[in-house]
Design a protein around this ligand. Structure first.
Ligand code: ES4
Ligand code: ZN
Length: 322
């Protein structure tokens, strides 16, 4: 119908996408063959059948295994090109893309190959695309510092710093010093918080790390004072509806709190997170949430507009979309 057509056709900004989470099973198998990497699954179908997750950790185990086929600069280029082509088909005009260098440097892949491959694909795409280097929070702050050091020769190729991986037990304050350094260096700062972790992690992401956006953040509604603060400050939440249902943050899309977040006056955006694992790219996320919740045309326009408001883009560029 008309609303579904609008959802597809609206120009969108995607602010929460892990590039390693865009690796489709077909590309995992092609890269495994190209690089001589052995996989624990015999076929694309068997791998896809393993995508039944119970929580964040059960997903992350498979996500890191999938990323093990990425060895050469061209592999990172091909993965990123495939994502950007898919994003363009969903009318994504701007993407801010997370990458997890520690996943690759730990296997001996040079930092230069990771960053140059992803960055070159961004430059070759008609979609505006910028990069956010994300630290793995299950590793130490010392490891994050070493990663930052390795990445700094490439500082012109990424605009921000993020924090992802296993949330519970790895609070934002674990990374206070490395985020302080990144702030001095002038990077934009974001962190995953309040996905599986408690609202207190959203608070320390803001107060200790000084992040500008919260990735996920859906558990903020458990704390009324925090919700009011996020609304007053208009701190963006990069919400990922299909991710939240696949990882059982909400059991069904009808139980998702996206409308509650909007009604609380929050700057909510819709994003795909790990589209190859969670069942869809941007338009699939919009379609799923509009299917399950009583949302209309005004909500659609507000969500799309919020993506550009929350983007790390110059005001004169944003203005074209607002
Ligand atoms: C992630 Cl959904 C999610 N949460 C935390 N870390 C991640 N890395 C990739 N996807
Ligand atoms: Zn994420």
């Amino acid at each position: 119908d008309q609303l579904r057509a609008l959802l597809r056709q609206m120009p969108k900004a995607e602010l929460h996408i892990h590039i390693e989470g865009s690796l489709e099973p077909e590309l995992i198998f092609a890269l495994a063959a190209r690089n001589g990497v052995a996989l624990a699954y015999a076929s694309v179908e068997q791998l896809r059948a393993a995508y039944a997750f119970e929580d964040l950790q059960s997903f992350l185990d498979i996500y890191y295994a999938g990323a093990s086929v990425l060895l050469k600069e061209q592999d990172f280029y091909d993965m990123t090109s495939a994502y950007l082509a898919r994003a363009a088909a969903d009318n994504v005009r701007h993407a801010e893309i997370f990458f997890d260098p520690q996943t690759h440097t730990a296997r001996g892949v040079p930092m230069a190959d990771v960053i140059n491959g992803i960055h070159r694909a961004c430059q070759d795409s008609p979609v505006s695309a910028t990069l956010i280097l994300s630290f793995l929070r299950h590793l130490s702050e010392e490891d994050a510092f070493a990663t930052l050091e390795q990445a700094l020769p490439h500082r012109d190729k990424f605009i921000g710093i993020g924090l992802d991986s296993s949330e519970v037990g790895n609070p934002p304050e674990k990374f206070a010093r490395v985020f302080a350094r990144c702030r001095e260096l002038g990077f934009h700062l974001v962190a995953h918080a309040g996905e599986e972790g408690p609202p207190a992690y959203i608070e320390t992401a803001l107060d200790v790390l000084h992040v500008e956006r919260i990735d996920h953040g859906v558990r903020c509604l458990e704390d009324a004072a925090l919700t009011q603060r996020l609304a007053r400050q208009q701190t963006a939440l990069t919400v990922c509806p299909l991710s939240n249902t696949k990882l059982r943050v909400f059991d069904t899309m009808a139980e998702h709190n996206l409308l509650g977040l909007l009604d609380a006056g929050l700057l909510v955006t819709v994003n795909s997170d790990d589209p190859a694992y969670f069942g869809g790219y941007m338009n699939a996320n919009f379609a799923a949430v509009f299917e399950a919740l009583p949302l209309g045309l005004a909500h659609a326009q507000r969500l799309a507009r919020n993506g550009f408001i929350a983007a790390f883009l110059p005001d004169e560029v944003k203005r074209r979309y607002l």
